[in-house]
Design a protein around this ligand. Sequence first.
Ligand SMILES: [Zn+2]
Length: 168
Amino acid sequence: MTDSESAQDCYFCRVIRGETDPFMFENASFVGVFDTHPVNPGHALLIPKRHVLSIFDLDDAEQADYFDALRGVRRVIEATDLRGLYQEMLGRDYLRDRPKDQIETVLGLDFLARRPDAYTVGNNDGRAAGRSIDHLHVIVLPRYHGDVENPKGGIRNVIPERASYPRR
Ligand SMILES: [Zn+2]
């Protein structure tokens, strides 16, 4: 499959073409959108405009724009009325036939109106790491005190059996 063929039906290429989720951020190399299956209030995705698979495929200009985009996305998350966002998301026409449990769940969280206490930032860089759509997307996930029982180790918990470590 060539790059242009795979880009044709690629979900995130459709996002970049403006066919699905509205942009909450844009610079020369990236767009940001709010995830429509939010894990936490403000969950956003940073997507390169070019159809690349891996963060290691970004060129020099894209690497420079990445940090600008990361800061920009955080700024928008913290300036957005998230209750209003998810109420509006529930009514989006193109999501009409999709399950909306996760949107309804975040609308019920008591920290919905709070400023994030922390962030988990990262991408699943490859199928073995859990990537489900083959176009790089960096997850910008606001974190809140109490969103999980014990946040210690964070991303280490992708392999739960080996996540715990003795250092305090
Ligand atoms: Zn793509």
